[in-house]
Ligand binder design. Structure first.
Ligand code: F6P
Length: 557
């Protein structure tokens, strides 16, 4: 196993520190001094236009960041990922989500296995299945076509499909709806199935491992709900055989563990596989995207995959100076390690992207929330960013105050779309134009602020001038897309995947494991008997936990 380069020992790191110490942020002055700043720091990435010019950078900083990427060996690690080396060291796995997006004529053989052929075989199976659901050929047990698909999964087996489904609602086939059950809070599944007709409902149980407590519990609840409802309605007989036939018609699975799928009672013919080299949070382009395929159809999904692939190619081949994921990843290093930024806002000015920040939370934080490096040694600098956000303009009326006038530096990515799905007018006013005017206004306000003199010039009472000053120099990146197409959604996901990769390499992390979720899972199972009333199990808990569980038991009806 090769040892990660300690970034703090590189020449570039020292250069960046010197540059940071000397840099007085002045976006107003920088734009005035260089009329080409916007142009020079704006890039095209597939269909996306990405403007980095409102960041706290200059030519020297960008050059030093790119030197740092080089000095930590990023090009070699990137190639290792794309070619299927086992860079997920703690799980001894290749990291090949990019292979999910390769066209069928591409070549990639890993450990003697033709990965591209495997990927396309599953895709063909998914596409054929989705076509049957969409056309009504695939029927429920009573012969009715499917009208609702319920995906049961959590983490990567939920966040990707739900985010993409919501983002691409305008592309969804009429008459077909997807719902997503993830939480083990029984309210989730109860609410999601409450008004459903079991005869027209298809459940997809999505779990990479097929061992996840939440998903298997919800899947069993859903199975019971379906069978009981069918029996009660007289739709099927109350026999094991009839139940088995109903499960075959109403349950399919997505997993890497097809043996466990069979144990659950789902026919392997109704299962869609993927591979251990696809991380859960990187899996929406695999069979985990089945609800999306059903909703938008195989052609839409192919377009989605082509968007990912365009960005993969860009990241792999474009020179560092114009390589957008590389530049954006290194910018994040700049803010985290040299400006002490702790969090990163993602602000989609596209209501359909309302789940994108939540999706990015798993992608970025499960990947880079680590304090040891890929060889087990301690990290040498801060790692990870807290990703958060809400769609604009809602966020403007909630938390932007802190970004504008708080004491913390919060780099923010604004994501906007040029052509809306609904070009609605309010009288003569184009509402989307008004919406986007807010996007542009916010990034300008954050960058350029408002001086005390400007506030005074508006006739403001001197006593409240300080409260109305905007310091400016709040960094933002603007990302615009012509339209929120399936391809663009794929491009956005791939962009952030590669940004996450770049940061992970600089910090020396294995961005593809997630051991940090294990302890809580194990303890929950140990504490469960106490919650169910086992006094001995309760006595083994710490005093705080004992007191909490006791109060819970006392109040529980
Ligand atoms: O939370 C840990 C995790 O393993 C995630 O990485 C994963 O996306 C999620 O659980 C769900 O796992 P699975 O798809 O195996 O059910």
């Amino acid at each position: 196993m090769n040892t990660p380069v300690d970034p703090t020992t590189t020449e570039a790191w020292a250069d960046l520190q010197t540059l940071k110490d000397a840099l007085v942020p002045d976006l107003r002055g920088w734009f005035e001094a260089d009329p080409h700043r916007a142009e020079e720091l704006t890039f095209d990435l597939a269909d996306l236009r990405v403007d980095l010019s409102k960041n706290l950078i200059n030519e020297d900083v960008v050059a030093a960041l790119l030197r740092l990427a080089d000095q930590v060996g990023l090009p070699g690690r990137r190639e290792a990922m794309f070619s299927g080396e086992r860079i997920n060291t703690t799980e001894n796995r290749a990291v090949l989500h990019t292979a999910l997006r390769l066209p069928s004529d591409a070549e990639l053989v890993v450990d003697g296995q033709d990965v591209v052929a495997d990927v396309h075989a599953v895709q063909d199976k998914m596409f054929a299945f989705a076509e049957k659901v969409r056309s009504g050929e695939r029927k429920g047990v009573t012969g009715k076509p499917i009208s609702t698909v319920v995906n049961i999964g959590i983490g990567g087996s939920d966040l990707g499909p739900v985010m993409v489904y919501e983002a691409l609602l305008p592309y969804k086939q009429d008459g077909l709806t997807c719902r997503f059950v993830s939480n083990i809070d029984p309210s989730d599944v109860a609410e999601k199935v409450a008004d459903l007709d079991p005869t027209t409902t298809l459940f997809i149980v999505a779990s990479k491992t097929f061992t996840t407590l939440e998903t298997l519990t919800n899947a069993r609840i859903a199975r019971d709900w379906l069978l009981n409802a069918l029996v009660e309605a007289g739709a099927i007989e109350d026999t094991d055989e009839a139940r088995k036939a109903a499960i075959a018609k109403h349950f399919v699975a997505v997993s890497t563990a097809l043996d466990k799928v069979a144990d659950f009672g789902i026919d392997p013919d109704n299962a869609f596989g993927f591979w251990d080299w696809v991380g859960g949070r990187y899996s929406v382009a695999s069979a985990v995207g089945l609800p999306v395929v059903i909703a938008i159809g195989p052609d839409g999904f192919r377009d989605f995959l082509s968007g990912f692939h365009a960005v993969d190619e860009h990241f792999r081949t474009v020179a560092p100076e114009g390589n957008v994921p590389l530049l954006m990843g290194m910018l994040n290093i700049w803010y985290v390690n040299f400006w002490n930024a702790h969090s990163h806002a993602v602000l989609p000015y596209a209501q359909y992207l309302h789940r994108f920040p939540a999706y990015l939370q798993q992608l970025t934080m499960e990947s880079n929330g680590k304090s040891v490096r890929w060889d087990g040694s301690k990290v040498t600098t801060d790692t990870g960013e807290i990703y958060w956000g809400e769609p604009g303009t809602n966020g403007q009326h909630a938390f932007y105050q802190l970004i504008h006038q708080g004491t913390r530096l919060i780099p923010a990515d604004f994501i906007g779309v040029v052509n809306p799905a609904h070009p609605i007018k309010d009288g003569d006013t184009d509402v989307h134009g008004l919406f986007m005017a807010n996007f542009f206004a916010q990034t300008a306000a954050l960058a350029f602020g408002k001086t005390a003199d400007e506030v005074r010039a508006e006739g403001t009472d001197e006593a409240i001038v300080p409260a109305r000053v905007f310091a400016g120099n709040k960094p933002t990146t603007s990302i615009l897309a012509p339209v929120l197409s399936p391809s663009v959604v794929g491009q956005l996901i791939a962009l952030y995947e590669h940004i996450t990769f770049v940061e992970g390499i600089v910090w020396g992390l294995d961005s593809f494991d997630q051991w940090g979720v294990e302890l809580g899972k194990k303890l929950a199972l140990e504490i469960a008997p106490a919650v169910f009333g086992d006094a001995e199990a309760l006595a083994k808990q710490d005093p705080s936990t004992q007191s909490l569980v006791s109060w819970y038991l006392e109040k529980r009806d």
